[in-house]
Write a protein that binds this ligand. Sequence first.
Ligand code: NAD
Length: 502
Amino acid sequence: ALHGSARYSSAASYINNHDRIASPINTKYFIDNQFVDSKTTEWIDLHDPATNNLVTRVPQSTDEELKAAVDSAAKAFPGWKATSLLARQQVMFRFVALIRENWDRLAASITLEQGKTFADAKGDVLRGLQVAETSCGITTQLTGEVLEVAKDMETRSYREPLGIVSAICPFNFPAMIPLWCIPLATVTGNCLILKPSERDPGAAMILAELAKEAGLPEGVLNIVHGAAKTVNFIIDEPRIKAISFVGSDKAGKYIYTRGSEQGKRVQANLGAKNHACIMPDANRNATVNALVGAAFGAAGQRCMALSAIVLVGEAQEWLSDVVEQAKRLKVNAGFEEGADLGPVISKHSKERIESLVQSAVDDGATLLLDGRGYKPEKYPNGNFIAPTIISNVKPHMKCYTEEIFGPVLVCMNVDTFEDAVDLINANKYGNGVAIFTNSGATAARFQRDIEAGQVGINTPIPGGNYFYGKSGLNFYTQLKTVTSLWRSSDAISTKASTAMPT
Ligand code: NAD
């Protein structure tokens, strides 16, 4: 067993199987660059999804602890804002190097707490690392503009930090999503209060340790824990200027509405039902492989998971190939060699997914592949569901109107391309959509007519997210414009003018 700070201390000391936790230790919170034991009486048990063994207990941070995190950030902000951009950039360079050094350790924490396979967990870390790498280019990304408005007069624009900002994270990408926020929020001069998912905060805690080691001053990144109570604190605390949220529709709508009401800037990425339109002229083999990987990878617990396919005309015959490929996937605990997909996050989630599959059967859909009740030999107590494929799904069915967020693919048949576009556009969810076709003209029509923010053409997970890159930088900064007039004295008029100059 790994105890106390040892758990966060050495790159080599990571857990790499499902039996290493002998005596679970409580997760600490992170304030002023220290890991601190919570004084709470409310603890959230965190179980390894592959075994349901207790891994750690996560505190519901107390009111005092939450307030202390904001006090710490408030104290740190003036100094951090005044720190030169080059110095902040240097911290990011070191942060990037440390994430690379600790890549396996971060991934192992994800596999243990979240359940995804070790190989997939490494991808989770990499996607976040890339945001940290991008933030190193801040010196060319944060440049302002100058406009000469009139003789002797110019308007300059700057991007300034907001102050104290916050991030509320979901369980499905324990490293990537905290890393959508940590680098961009801090390199732009803000202080960040981060709340990881209470279901898997381990990777965020390692990231905090690495940020400290990289030279982030105390108070610039603080980590608090808990569920809705912590979120409500963040919404109501007036010193927190912005909330970055990623998670389900239900929590997201609540946070967006209440946060905006409090005058906060809120960015929110919510739930999804990502569709793929399969045209019969596509490359059958490549399409089937892409569909199966995107539907069942990470046990379907990706916001960009492909969860609904719309088969046009003769492409409907390809379903048998999809089923065959899906059957070949190996369902096992995430540290096991050769595992293609691991368990889902919790017992409750497994039950929810299984009941949605049952609802499809009850609604008259066809269950082509039933992964319910699957148990890997060594892991009889895990939250496993094998790939499940439901066909003849109709738009009114619950398995279609709800996000399933598990290894379940729903399949619908239509006669024409136009029918496919209408069907997809009628669904209330984003995030992304894909088309598989060999026709450039069909792809071009699809790209134009489809109403989704992220479109893939012959690629199933068209992740082009808005939280990083330019829109992320804009979110964490506010525009300040300075208009100045430096006129030689002989031009000054003797009488004041009250009219707007025309
Ligand atoms: P979730 O909404 O249950 O939890 C997300 C965060 O909100 C957590 O930190 C949680 O503590 C908090 N929260 C949950 N319920 C709350 C409530 N009632 N009041 C206040 N706070 C609450 O989401 P999850 O299950 O952790 O994550 C999966 C969801 O996230 C899926 O819907 C998935 O599509 C979505 N997601 C979206 C994106 C994207 O970029 N669009 C990315 C990843 C995940």
